[in-house]
Design a protein around this ligand. Sequence first.
Ligand SMILES: Cc1cc2nc3c(=O)[nH]c(=O)nc-3n(C[C@H](O)[C@H](O)[C@H](O)COP(=O)(O)O)c2cc1C
Length: 166
Amino acid sequence: MKSLIVYYSYTGNTQKVAEALKGILSKKGEVDIFALEPEDESDSFFMQCVRAFRKKRASLKAMPPDVSGYDLICLGNPVWAFAPVPAMNTYIDSLKDLTGKEALCFITYGSGTGADRCLDTMDAELKKKGASKVGNFKVQQGEVKDKDLVEKKIRDKMPENMYNTG
Ligand SMILES: Cc1cc2nc3c(=O)[nH]c(=O)nc-3n(C[C@H](O)[C@H](O)[C@H](O)COP(=O)(O)O)c2cc1C
């Protein structure tokens, strides 16, 4: 099994979770990890919220590898204004056919407002693209530094039949 992790992280929380996920998946097969970097990200909290809430897309400096060589596609980002970030919207748009592939969405979040809405949005988009199973998990920003807890969440929230990560 070969996995691809594509994530966006503005302040590093989601990156830590992505790396923990890579550590777990690496025990079961080959894993590639790719950080989305927008060319046009605003550093204003307000503008970041507005753009995410309005489902804007971002121009990306580079695109991740084609998904055709992977069995499992993992997408991670922070919740911004109850929604995925513009860079993730762009990447999900670019995905063509995920038929026969499994998908795993993960988020980090602060207050938790809109966290489930964000995950539901990502799950629904990946199902529309044909992913056979979509698992997900979420990590609160204060939990990110607790590696054992993050790893437990990853293992607990992955569908058992998706990946045996034991
Ligand atoms: C622009 C912006 C909007 C945010 N909106 C939400 C939100 O709607 N709900 C929430 O629970 N957290 C929200 N947060 C908190 C982030 O989701 C949280 O801090 C996350 O862990 C950041 O991940 P990162 O370090 O990978 O960028 C927001 C943060 C930013 C910067």
